[in-house]
Design a protein around this ligand. Sequence first.
Ligand code: NAD
Length: 485
Amino acid sequence: MIEITRAAEPVRTHDLWIEGWRPARSGATFPTYDPATGQVLAHLARGGAEDVNDAVRAATRAGAAWAKVDPNERARLLWKLGELILHHVDELARTEALDTGKPISNARAIDIPRAADTFFYFSGWATKLHGETIPVRGPFFHYTVREPIGVIGAIIPWNFPILLAARKLAPSLAVGNAVVLKPPEEASLSCLRLAELCAEVGLPPGLVSVVTGYGHEAGAALVAHPGVGKIAFTGGTDTGKIVMASAASGLKRLQLELGGKSPNIVLADADVAQAAKAAVSAAFYNQGELCTSGSRLLVDRAIEAEVLAVLTKGTEAMVMGDPLSAQTQIGPLVSAEHRDRVRGYVALGTEEGATLAVGGQALGPGYFVRPAVFTGVRPEARLAQEEVFGPVLSVIPFDGVDEAVRIANSTAFGLAAGVWTRDLGTAHRMIGALRAGTVWVNTYNRFDAASPYGGVGQSGFGRENGAAVLDEVTTRKTVWIAVPE
Ligand code: NAD
């Protein structure tokens, strides 16, 4: 039993944010839970197609004016938004910890400051949206200009709500788009607060809307809406396919950041102690509810025993507890359904013949599961192939670099990979051979607003962050001007 203390607070009902607060047109609401207690945390407006319609109409109006705003002014407002987020770091970190179950110390150190960083970084791009002058055959002056798309629909999951919202909003707004955001039904509160902060810094009404609700209702309506020019989606691979099929009928632009089953590979010549220690946080940071989680630890058989000793000790030492406690390193999973799903994979691991070295027990109140390490996992086992999105690590032994690459590339996903080696040549060969959107060498789970991020294969396509995302949020217009000779 985990000890949780909560001051009695009234359970509030939150409206949608479309040019300000207002209830869903249907008047319907749905509950969102505190994952640490299983108690209702708040009620949210259950947005539907009519609400999405209102939000898109408001966004179309506001976006047309915003695209004409002096880029310096757009930059100034986005920078100010970053500062306001930092100003509210304690409040936002608490909201995120209560709503998602993540440890408050992580939210305070990473989620909130990185969300602010994203606005700082992209505020700089507002004034640097250059086109190109391209020499062509004939008497023509030929150039390109970059233009905003118009209305961008953003759909995000519950594991990093405010940070993922910032990743969608900041580049889109910087270049002159409007955004309708569909936050995750499990954890929408920080996104609603972000909408308020957008208004507080002076972003025009309608430019950013937040339509809470279920994926198959509000989310599906947003994807299908003809007034939305592009969908930026982060979520599961199966949902991504549904989104893609729906977007196809309107030939909508699409960016998909989907699931992963990322290999974290420890070669025989690695600094074993450092690699094994890092493998614990690679697998269990944010309860393993991280798309790039190093959920497959590939270890050269020559050093397996040494790695396992550090790994199991480090895993058992992780402090599981109240997400609001500063000491907590592992909080509860986001929902009862997700806890049950994760527990299902723990049972599956044993059924498939792997050895449960530590963890896997569910604890109450709320949705806690102790971080689990399975050893001797076969690379083709379901546990090694399917995304768990929770604190379940599969350790897979290999013999030599070639086998490591073969196993690493043997899933349908291709989001990220880690390599631990002291040999620079081996590192470069691995970087070339691994099928992944990101490769980390002698480190893991590094992100930066300036660093392009995205997957290959079933992990999706398109790139978030960095200059790369500017191609995702603009269109290029080509201009030919006849120059009389
Ligand atoms: P999910 O796919 O169930 O939901 C994600 C979002 O999509 C939610 O807002 C949901 O309401 C919405 N949605 C659901 N059905 C929809 C539909 N038919 N049309 C439109 N929208 C719909 O994912 P989840 O369980 O919330 O999150 C976990 C998944 O997200 C994992 O697979 C994880 O790997 C992935 N993820 C990927 C990244 C990345 O950057 N690649 C980052 C974080 C999470």
